[in-house]
Design a binder for this molecule. Structure first.
Ligand code: NOJ
Length: 715
């Protein structure tokens, strides 16, 4: 910490009353009409360190209204000019995947395998949100998730820790910008620490069981990367791990987060999580909740007021020491100062031109959409007669996805509108949800190609929105079946927030485009791909299972002792006797409008010593990738490793690098990866990173099932 900030913080703290210190640890939500005056009084007394700029426990599901910048400036003025220490309030809001301009849901952005573009989108986001007075966003959400029933899978980056880490870096860099104290930089918050994505059965807020070994190797890498990239805040998660609520766990919030991961910013609780320790059965009353959470290392209390109501008492009873309170205050004030809040506490709104942001949104959506199947139907010739049918042909709101507090459905073009811009009168469009089957019937009969716009509502995903089956409605499945009977080429466009059980849907379609909920420009991006103006290039950051009953199904599993590695198709009959257990579409999968051939995989050296790796030496792995088609295309070249024999079982495949490159038709590119210490080791259950001797296989290809490999020996 720069000495100047440290001494400013120390001076402030030495003059603060205990109550004002606790006020810095307090984050109420935006007042309603009923409590505005009372709220202003609390600000005046210095009892409001931060404000959650939304109302309600599940902010992403409720209409929040536009941000009233003048109102927040007025509160800030009271804090700066009238509160005892004049400390500005930190305003935080859930700006999850865009602000007024909505980018694809984070899971879809992960499918882009394009961290540079993700960074750019989060820069745009910070510019828009800071202009509305948001200093701090509760993003990136880094919960690794293997269960698509969980509604919050949409907010994360999927099932892989490596992608999670690369995206964490990109989001933090985009939000915080070159200098976090700039007016248009927004503080990032890595959440939810830790293990929330492993909620049992995908049921939101439920318990988890995560061994320390799995924690270090699967769940923590994205947080480690976010912290290394400068994330100054972390949100603790609602769940418990093996009976320890994270909210009150010194092991997770201090030993692991601070001591192992090196985090030195502040931790905010999740909404009402402190008082919930009573319900979780580890605290008897609110005073105990407050002292347990603070002593565990949780600095700021979101919404329940438990710190404000109890910490003075807890100091008097000896349950909490003033030193612990000072430490939490110090962390919060340090972040406030680093963020430049003392220099520019107020927001002066300027008129923003969002044209560039919308362009980025369209590009990002185009990079995120995954072509899953294409039996000679896409791209559609622009002179063909296209019948567009289905409940999502005129849909606006769901295209934006869940956790879209500031996006506007009425500004979001529909698929019908965007397709009409390209083919005009050749589009015949019907929403099957409003018009009967007879009209659908006529539409299909008149079309050369049928596009079915299908999917799930935005409200089927997000917080507290778990489902027990991962599919689309039975009416939509019926629509697919009926459409098939006409013998026309039929394309399914799936606007989904989560991975769905895909087998029965994909079987009856000639082409399948997984369009996710891809934001403000979702429809434009789908139309670009359907008509070949943009080449599809997204890749699955999660497995698409055949059936919901196959969950959990994820690529980075360890090998079983008996020959039944379901994912990799080894003896499938020994896995389930009643169904094929392999993924329908594996991790990393996605098609383009051309094909690529991989050849000549090799390394520059065949042996490397642990000591050399530690000293920074890397080995170079290279492969030739040839575009075998007639159009240019983008390929995501993926490198996986397998540590064949280690002191603990290692996954059959682990993604360790990727490169997304455009290759001209008929041309070949030599793609290289430099692999070293960071890629070749793993964590033990104490969080020590180790690289062991032995053989490591290096696989390169178009998805995790690639069999093309070479190997090296670590000596
Ligand atoms: C609860 C959610 O779990 C969290 O992600 C969000 O940031 C807070 N509410 C604030 O809305």
């Amino acid at each position: 910490m720069p000495d100047k900030i440290k001494s400013r913080v120390d001076t402030l703290i030495s003059n603060m009353s205990l109550r004002a210190k606790i006020g810095q640890l307090n984050q109420p939500e935006t007042p309603t009409e009923n409590n505005i005056e009372e709220f202003k009084e609390a600000v005046r007394r210095g009892e409001v360190g931060s404000i959650l700029m939304s109302v309600g426990a599940t902010a992403g599901n409720d209409a929040q209204g536009e941000i009233n910048v003048d109102f927040y400036n007025e509160l800030q003025k009271i804090a700066v000019e009238e509160s005892p220490d004049g400390i500005p309030i930190l305003f935080g809001r859930d700006v999850i995947h865009g602000h007024r301009t909505v980018f694809p849901i984070p899971l879809a952005m992960a499918a882009s395998f394009n961290p540079e573009l993700i960074k750019k989108c989060y820069r745009d986001t910070a510019i828009e949100a800071t202009n509305d007075g948001v200093h701090w966003t509760f993003t990136p959400m880094l919960d690794l998730c293997r269960d698509p029933r969980w509604g919050r899978i949409i907010e994360g980056t999927g099932e892989d820790p490596y992608i999670g880490a690369r995206i964490a870096e990109a989001v933090v860099a985009g939000l915080q910008g070159d200098d976090v104290s700039n007016k248009d930089s927004m503080l990032a918050c890595a959440k939810h620490f830790i293990g929330y994505g492993a909620s049992e059965g995908g049921r939101d807020y439920h318990r988890t069981e995560i061994s320390d070994y799995s924690l270090y190797n699967y769940y923590l890498p994205a947080f480690r990367a976010a912290i290394k990239s400068g994330a100054m805040t972390v949100m603790s998660s609602f769940n418990d791990i093996s009976g320890q609520p994270i909210t009150s766990s010194r092991k997770y919030l201090t030993d692991i987060l601070r001591n192992n991961l090196g985090f030195d910013g502040f931790v905010v609780s999740d909404y009402d999580a402190v008082i919930q320790l009573i319900k979780q059965g580890v605290a008897e009353n609110s005073e105990e909740c407050a002292s347990m959470a603070l002593n565990a290392g949780l600095d700021m209390d979101m919404h329940d007021g438990c710190y404000m109501d109890n910490l003075e008492k807890a100091v008097n009873s000896g349950a909490v020491s003033v030193d612990v309170i000072d430490e939490a205050v110090r962390r919060i004030l340090t972040v406030k100062m680093k963020a430049g809040l003392f220099e520019h506490p107020y927001t002066k709104k300027i008129k923003l031109n969002r044209t560039e942001h919308l362009k980025d949104a369209r590009e990002m959506a185009g990079e995120s959409i995954v072509l899953l199947k294409n039996n000679d139907v896409l791209p559609i010739n622009k002179s063909a007669k296209v019948g567009l049918i289905g409940p999502f042909s005129h849909e606006r709101r769901s295209l934006l996805g869940s956790w879209t507090i500031d996006g506007k459905a009425d500004e979001t073009p529909t698929l019908a509108e965007r397709m009409r811009e390209v083919i005009g009168g050749n589009l015949n469009c019907i929403s099957s949800s409003t018009l009967g089957w007879n009209s659908v019937n006529k539409n299909i009969a008149a079309a050369d190609v049928v596009v079915l716009a299908l999917g799930e509502s935005w409200s089927a995903t997000g917080e507290s929105r778990a489902v027990s089956d991962i599919t689309i409605s039975s009416e939509q499945k019926e629509l697919i079946k009926k459409a098939k009977t006409y013998g026309k080429k039929t394309v399914g466009v799936l606007f989904c927030g989560r991975p769905i059980a895909i087998e029965e849907i994909a079987e009856d379609l000639d082409a399948v485009l997984y369009a996710w909920h891809t934001g403000s420009e979702a429809a434009g991006a789908v139309s670009d791909i359907l008509f070949g103006d943009v080449q599809p290039c997204g890749r699955l950051p999660v497995t698409l299972p055949r059936k919901a009953t196959h969950i959990p199904l994820y690529y980075n599993v360890t090998s079983s002792g008996r020959p039944v590695n379901c994912y990799y198709g080894e003896n499938p009959g020994n896995c389930y006797i009643d169904s094929m257990p392999t993924p329908y579409y594996p991790f990393g999968y996605g098609l383009t409008y051309t094909t690529f051939k991989y050849s000549d995989i090799k390394t520059d050296i065949s042996k490397i010593a642990v000591s050399e790796l530690k000293a920074g030496k890397k080995l170079r792995v290279s492969v030739n990738v040839t575009n075998k088609g007639t159009v240019s295309g983008k390929e995501t070249v993926q490198l996986y490793i397998r540590d064949v024999c280690a002191s603990i079982m290692r996954p059959i495949r682990e993604l360790k690098a990727f490169k997304k490159i455009r290759i001209a038709p008929g041309k070949a590119e030599n793609v290289t990866f430099d692999i070293g210490y960071e890629e070749l080791g793993f964590f033990d259950d104490k969080g020590n990173y180790i690289v062991e001797n032995g053989k490591v296989e290096l696989y390169i290809g178009e998805n995790c099932l690639t069999g093309k490999k070479t190997s090296i020996e670590i000596v």
